[in-house]
Design a protein around this ligand. Structure first.
Ligand code: URP
Ligand code: ZN
Ligand code: ZN
Ligand code: ZN
Length: 490
């Protein structure tokens, strides 16, 4: 038999061990993982010498916004499926999960899914799937959960903040119950929208409009209160939830306590909460708008607690929350909040979000803070398990896993990160000037090299990326799945 590709001489990160293994790939799948030298005498079309570099499953970024309308600024995300997934593979990510956003005047989640397929299909460099994004939980949306499952969508995000997007507690309960009945995983944006609106009014009354006041308008209590409420409501319905973009150790602590009680509560964090601080918003003029996201970056002293949350399993998933807006754009970009009256903008109208799909893995890998296997778990394996993609994705299991592989350089070589290196459609990176010592050398998607840093850069093709139908989570399940939730029981 002739194989398609050998990856030799790497230090390979497997689920149970890290060691010197060689990998054979055939028909888009991992065919063999054998101790170094074990493929000698076998035939292959192509060989990559990993030269003792680290070899791991391709990154999975399960929180990415592409080509979504952005209500606050009246614009759209700067990246579409083409530029966003190009940026993903250049940063070592082979699968993204983005959102199929329900629109205000179209209550159907299935209509949103159809529209999002049209935006993505034949445009992607990476494999992809969608979370349903529910901003209005009326009877039609709720009735569509079974059809979403049939269409391969097994997760749904809702907001507890932002006037035009948030669900109220009664709608949240409807969504929790429907998710339980249809074995869907819920992603929760846990910030208290009314606390944020109230604080925004207080600040504006005092004449405080600059970008840095965005932080004060999203005080820690908005996040801690909403996270606790989400956990309480999820416990009431007995349905697993994943709290997205956790920014504070205090929230991690609440999640840790829920887990100790055995509750199926999961959480995610993002690079903004490990590598940015409130000082990044406190810059002269409008510059701080580049780092406006929600929840906002917190204090440098909070980073340690977030790393610890990843290390001890409190925070399950490390994703980017890539939500890109062009800085120099007055029509829908960051600068759309600037006017004659407000030369430094008005924080409440700055589009929320930072680009990061390409820099996520390199930032965390360069930080060398997590053990190799933990790094792979939080940046790939657990997302695959959480969202029903495992073991096709997030692992290197012969015969089962797609041949999605990220290969790093053997030795550290420090360099300064600059937006010029990146492949997104954004005119800045919040991480400009950071010193990194690692960048993916090769990204391989289903056996095909799609990123070769030393020879050609992005060498994959738009349209090679495939839609992934997802099944039930293998991490998250109700405590008592056999029990049919019934209001009469209380
Ligand atoms: O600021 C953020 N996080 N923007 C993206 C939307 C969201 O809440 O994930
Ligand atoms: Zn209501
Ligand atoms: Zn969110
Ligand atoms: Zn997001």
């Amino acid at each position: 038999m002739e194989f398609d590709l050998f990856i030799l001489n790497g230090v390979v990160v497997l689920e149970n061990e890290v060691g010197e293994f060689d990998i054979a790939i055939k028909d888009e799948k991992i065919a063999k993982v054998v101790p170094r030298g074990g493929l000698e005498g076998m035939v292959t079309k192509k060989t990559i010498d990993a030269q003792n570099g680290c070899v791991m499953p391709g990154g999975i970024d399960s929180h990415v916004h592409l080509n979504e309308p952005f209500i606050m600024a009246g614009g759209r995300c700067a990246d579409d499926y083409e530029s966003g997934t190009r940026s993903a593979i250049a940063g070592g990510t082979t699968t993204i999960i983005s959102f199929a956003p329900q629109s205000k005047n179209e209550p159907s989640l299935l209509a949103a899914l159809k529209e999002t397929h049209e935006l993505a299909d034949s445009n992607c460099y990476s494999d992809y799937s969608f979370h349903a994004l529910c901003t209005s939980a009326g009877p039609l949306a709720i009735s569509e959960f079974p059809a979403l499952r049939a269409a391969g969508i097994s997760s749904l995000k809702f907001f507890m903040a932002f006037e035009d997007l948030q669900l109220h507690d009664d709608e949240i309960l409807d969504v929790l119950l429907a998710a339980r009945r249809n074995q869907m995983t819920l992603l929760v944006h846990a910030e208290n929208g009314q606390v944020i609106s109230w604080m925004t009014k207080q600040l504006e009354k005092e004449g405080l409009f600059d970008p840095k006041w965005h932080i004060s308008s999203h005080p820690p209590v908005a996040e801690t209160e909403a996270a606790s409420r989400a956990i309480a409501l999820a416990g009431f319905i007995d349905v697993p939830i994943l709290i997205v973009h956790v920014s504070q150790p205090a929230v991690a602590e609440t999640i840790r306590a829920a887990k100790k009680l055995g509750l199926p509560i999961f959480a995610e964090t993002c690079p903004q909460y490990l590598f940015l601080t409130r000082d990044d918003l406190d810059k002269p003029g409008f510059e701080g708008a580049k780092c406006v996201c929600s929840p906002p970056p917190r204090n440098a002293s909070d980073h340690e607690g977030i790393w610890r949350g990843l290390e001890d399993g409190t925070l399950t998933v490390f994703s980017s929350d890539h939500c890109p807006f062009v800085y120099e754009d007055e029509n829908g970009g960051k600068k759309s909040s600037i006017s004659k009256e407000y030369p430094n903008g008005r924080f409440q109208y700055i589009p929320n979000g930072c680009p990061g799909v390409e820099t996520r893995l390199a930032l965390a890998f360069s930080a060398k803070r997590l053990k190799l296997q933990k790094f792979v778990e939080v940046s790939a394996t657990y997302a695959a398990k959480m969202y029903g993609l495992y073991p096709q994705k997030g692992a290197l299991i012969p015969g089962k896993s797609d041949a999605d592989v990220t290969i790093w350089y053997p030795e550290d070589e420090s360099f300064t990160l600059s937006n010029k290196m990146l492949h997104h459609n954004v005119d800045y990176t919040p991480y400009e000037g950071q010193t990194l010592n690692q960048w993916p050398r090769y990204t391989i998607l289903r056996g095909k090299v799609v990123w070769d840093r030393d020879a050609g850069g992005v060498v994959g093709n738009k349209g090679y990326g495939k839609f992934l139908e997802r099944g039930v989570s293998s991490l998250a399940a109700p405590l008592r799945p056999e029990h049919d939730w019934n209001a009469r029981d209380f």
